[in-house]
Write a protein that binds this ligand. Structure first.
Ligand code: PBG
Length: 322
């Protein structure tokens, strides 16, 4: 008889035949930055995840570096009074988040810091692009703002720019702006296949960045479409992206696999806020084992083909596997 169970008979053998391993090297930890340097406020819909002022942010980054996590994606929480139609504060080098990014980079030059490029956290409309009087999202006008935002972030010393806005042509536009200004070494991780997903809810709570009207379906992709991801990926490659990202991760494992099979660039997957919240909520009720589910989730994302995983579980994972 052929007995596949022989390769499962002991922990040692199981380890020998293990195909996929997740390590802290694969992870990027998204962090929410508060304006008040001393602030620390838990996100209601994400138990265990906090919005952090600069002081706490520095402590958190240091702790994570010691645990082997070196990638961070920093998102500012912008007070309503700083928001406007044109997302002006997104490219104001005196605004708190740019100053904080500089500080983080200065303290921890060895950390790999990523930032988001999209108008939503800074815009009174709460959309990733500029909105006209009829509620239409203006693609080409938005590119100009995105270019300024990326440049200001690059000037702060950011390692990876993450355009999450899904405007057409943005990767090439941002690449040109960076290159023309001497930032040829700043990378672009494109949100290549970013779906119009309900899984972003807790993130929008954390940043108070939900759209004031309408939805994001004219720019984010339809969850029903897989092949459309190839169109987006072709464009991102030709426009100079360094990484291709799929977002969310769990409900889109097929898309991760598709991009992995068709492209040579590193593939990233964003294990988003809603995916974290579901597990954290069930764990609070005692219905699921948070640590076990986290490991299985991250494994599935890596097994599907992700080289890099952006996840709110990053520190939990590092602590659980130390
Ligand atoms: C901003 C942005 C979003 C996320 C990352 N960047 C939200 C959105 O597009 O509405 C979601 C991240 C998450 O849910 O964890 N454009």
């Amino acid at each position: 008889m052929i007995r596949p169970r022989r390769n499962r008979k002991s922990a040692a053998i199981r380890a020998l035949v293990e195909e996929t391993k997740v390590t802290t090297d694969d992870l990027i930890f998204p962090l929410f930055l508060l304006e008040d340097p001393k602030g620390k406020v838990e996100v209601n819909s994400m138990p265990g995840i906090y919005r952090l002022g600069l002081d706490h942010m520095l402590t958190e980054v240091e702790k994570c570096l010691n645990l082997g996590i070196r990638g961070f994606d920093i998102f500012p929480v912008v007070d309503e009074r700083h928001k406007d139609k044109m997302a002006t504060k997104s490219h104001d080098s005196n605004f708190f988040y740019i100053k904080a990014l500089k500080e983080v980079k200065k303290r921890f030059p060895e950390a790999c810091i990523m930032t988001d490029v999209a108008m939503d956290p800074y815009s009174t409309d709460g959309h990733d692009g500029m909105v006209d009087e009829n509620g239409k999202i203006l693609n080409d006008e938005t590119l100009e703002v995105l270019g300024k935002m990326a440049l200001t972030q690059a000037e702060a010393g950011i390692d990876i720019i993450g355009p999450s806005d899904m405007m057409d042509g943005r990767v090439g536009y941002i690449r040109d702006v960076l290159d023309e200004n001497g930032f040829t070494e700043v990378s672009i991780m494109s949100y290549t296949a970013k779906y119009a997903s309900a899984y972003y809810g807790p993130f929008r709570d954390a940043l108070d960045s939900a759209p004031k009207s309408g939805d994001k379906k004219t720019y984010q992709m339809n969850p029903a479409n897989q092949r459309e991801a190839l169109i987006e990926a072709d464009l991102d490659v030709s426009e100079g992206a360094d990484f291709l990202m799929v977002k969310p991760a769990l409900a889109y494992l097929d898309v991760i696999k598709l991009l992995k099979d068709n492209y040579d660039l590193p593939i990233a997957a964003y294990n988003v806020s809603g995916e974290y919240a579901m597990v954290a909520a069930a764990a609070e009720k005692g219905w699921l084992d948070k640590t076990a589910i986290m490991k299985e989730m991250l494994l599935s994302i890596k097994r599907a083909g992700a080289d890099i995983i952006l996840t709110y579980f990053a520190r939990d994972f590092a602590e659980a596997t130390r």
